[in-house]
Design a protein around this ligand. Structure first.
Ligand SMILES: [Cu+2]
Length: 492
């Protein structure tokens, strides 16, 4: 074992909060410093840039009918739609107008070939953008497909610092008339750092008698923060609200629409369905897959799915996104000429939910025969509240050191009571499935995969993009409490 391994004795509450504060990019020094990239972000003035500018700022809004301070880009929720072409050299200027905190933008899904320092992860890719400063991100947009962008500092993005990033395919992957973005996100009245503090405190109060709770004893748990509401394209209704405007997707009878589904939540996986409309799944995380016709599909935090919807009905129909215990957000699919909202009716999800083993790559797959095997044991405790990979808690965790072009097999074991959606930056991986039933023939490519509670999962990938890449659970509270590693691919 590595001599640097972090001792497993629990942190005191004070130490934990200090670490959390450091994550939130507040008063404390960055937790880690990088060789060659400690430099502060460059400051540019308004007139040396023409192109897309994202201004990260705070504004008041009531997206689910309850007013709060939203942190967002350009005063919008979600942030502006960015559409670029595959292979295009892009430049985005990000201006930090948040006031007293640093920020960054991670381009979730972009592989950043040769530009790992543009990946936007706080203190992994580079130092974040200080308050009042700006930074120009410059990279080649690839791979094509449905992606998103969000802050990668502390637990900021759940406050609204997210938006869709679409990279157009050079040749169409399906036949359809047009596309629509459907950006899903859970939504809370309180700011991320307030919720994080409550997660720590609340869990302690729930379980005062136990010094350390083994997650194996817990039944499956859907979220660390109680669900409040969710938004579809920035609109929703908190419980009891029946009048706040909902997002409307207008369709014409006879057309086929590609829905670009993005789950930009901080906490909850969401089941998606359009009443009376089966969906054909054609891509995930940007990568084309063999089409699968479904009634509904679960989208984990950080994941994207592209689905085709054939508009062959009339009137108005509910678009639903619900937690696995049925707490629901809605939008309206409305045919030209129709008005109003559908009748209120309970969800009928249909029989066919997309299953992980139905997802197969459309492109031919060649897997290396003797990949390097790396075991990843996921763990967690409630007191102190923290989450681990191989019993280490980021940032006090060893990097996963790899050589360029090594083939890697990650074997996840998740004995905890929660699902963990893991995201690997800078690469695709193939999802081989559960041990004993690996798909070595046509496994789908993804960049974010759910590791279900009490299960094991194997993925394989090639470390062909040198750099320091983040690899982590995308649930904000798990990431902030240690469930992350840096994957270091040398030479970079
Ligand atoms: Cu997690």
């Amino acid at each position: 074992m590595d001599p640097q391994r972090t001792p497993t004795h629990p942190l005191s509450r004070r130490q934990f909060l200090a670490n959390a504060a450091s994550f939130a990019g507040t008063a404390l020094a960055p937790a880690i410093l990088l060789p060659g990239c400690q430099k502060r972000a460059a400051v540019v003035t308004a007139d040396d840039f023409s192109g897309t500018v994202l201004r990260a700022g705070r504004f008041s809004a009531a997206p689910d009918g309850r007013s709060r301070e939203v942190w967002g880009y350009n005063g919008q929720l979600p942030g502006p739609v960015i559409r670029v072409k595959d292979g295009e050299k892009v430049r985005f200027k990000v201006v930090n107008e948040l006031g007293d905190v640093s920020t960054s933008v991670h381009w979730h899904g972009m592989h950043q070939p040769g530009t790992w320092t543009m990946d936007g992860v706080e203190d992994v890719s580079r130092s974040p953008i200080p308050p009042g400063s700006s930074f120009i991100y410059e990279f080649t947009a690839t791979p094509p497909g449905t992606h998103w962008y969000h802050s990668h500092v502390g637990v900021q993005y759940g406050n609204g610092l997210f938006g869709p990033l679409i990279v157009e395919e050079p040749t169409p992957i399906a036949t359809y008339d047009r596309d629509e973005i459907v950006f899903l996100t859970d939504w809370f009245l309180e700011a991320g750092d307030v919720l994080l503090a409550r997660v720590l405190k609340g869990m302690e109060m729930k379980m005062p008698m136990k010094d350390k709770m083994d997650m194996k004893e817990m039944k499956r748990d859907l979220g660390d923060v109680p669900f409040q509401s969710a938004l579809i394209n920035g609109k929703g209704r908190a419980p009891g609200d029946t009048t706040s405007p909902l997002a409307v997707l207008e369709v014409k009878k006879g057309e086929t629409v590609r829905l670009r589904l993005i789950n930009g939540s901080s906490t909850y996986q969401l089941r998606f369905r359009v009443d009376n409309h089966p969906l054909t799944v054609i891509a995930t995380d940007g990568a084309p897959m063999e089409p699968v016709a479904v009634d509904n599909l679960v989208i984990n935090v950080g994941e994207r799915f592209d689905v085709l919807l054939k508009a062959d009905q009339d009137g108005a129909h509910w678009v639903r996104a619900a937690t696995l215990d049925g707490k629901e957000a809605r939008a309206v699919l409305r045919y030209a000429g129709a008005t109003g909202e559908p009748e209120s009716a309970p969800a009928h999800w249909g029989e066919h939910a997309l299953k992980p083993d139905e997802m197969k790559s459309r492109a031919p797959v060649v897997l290396a025969e003797r990949p390097k095997e790396i075991s990843l044991l996921l763990g967690g405790s409630m007191m102190p509240y923290r989450w681990s990979v191989n019993e280490q808690f980021f940032p006090k965790a060893d990097p996963i050191a790899l050589e360029k072009d090594e083939s890697i097999r990650f074997h996840f074991r998740n004995p905890t009571g929660m699902d963990h959606p893991f995201h690997l930056h800078g690469h695709y991986f193939h999802v081989l499935g559960k041990p004993g039933a690996l798909n070595l023939k046509d496994p789908v490519q993804k960049d974010t995969v759910n590791v279900p509670a009490k299960e094991e999962l194997v993925i394989q990938w090639k470390a062909n993009n040198p750099g320091r890449w983040f690899f982590h659970c995308h649930i904000e509270w798990h990431l902030a409490a240690g469930m992350a590693r840096v994957v270091e691919i040398k030479p970079y």
